[in-house]
Design a protein around this ligand. Sequence first.
Ligand code: SAM
Length: 190
Amino acid sequence: MTLQRILPFSRTLLDSVLTKGSVAIDGTCGNGHDTLYLAECVGETGKVYGFDIQEEALNATKSRLEKTGQLLQVNLIHSSHAHVASIIDEKDKGKVSAAIFNLGYLPGGDKSIVTTPNDTLNAVTAILELLRPGGILIIVVYSGHPEGKKESEAVTAFTSGLEQRDFQVLKYGFINQKNNPPYILAISKT
Ligand code: SAM
């Protein structure tokens, strides 16, 4: 057999919790690939909140969603994901089925604008509260760039310390590949 690579595995996890009508969060829209996938999974009766601090990323995401007819169910937010708790609708709190973060910089964009340990940990902490029981938070971690190494250590330390009674935490990655390939941290709320 061939083991699932990182992107397909993240989608397998999303598929396991998302249905039409679900609420989902993309913490880092970037070029909108994950936002589009979430929008397709939740359909027009669901809702996706998509965050990015760069207008360029939100424009790319909007255009991808428009081309595929999936914009209706997506709320694109020009803000740091650290503010997620104050932005998401009251009625969606505790109802979020899935959230995904693809850390690092915008592919094809300014490599100096990256996710940071501080904002990422604030967002992760907030989203764990917003998840419904059985919901999942997926973090795709890149440790290969200088900021990424610190972020990888911070996120690993935080998630390793989560109470076992309340959360299952999975680490999925290929440990014999060169150049620090990305890996997944997936947190399922019990
Ligand atoms: N998932 C995206 C896709 O499918 O194309 C790729 C995301 S890219 C690796 C990381 C994105 O995170 C960048 O677009 C960057 O602007 C964004 N970002 C960095 N810090 C952020 C923050 N504090 N809040 C929200 N987005 C942030």
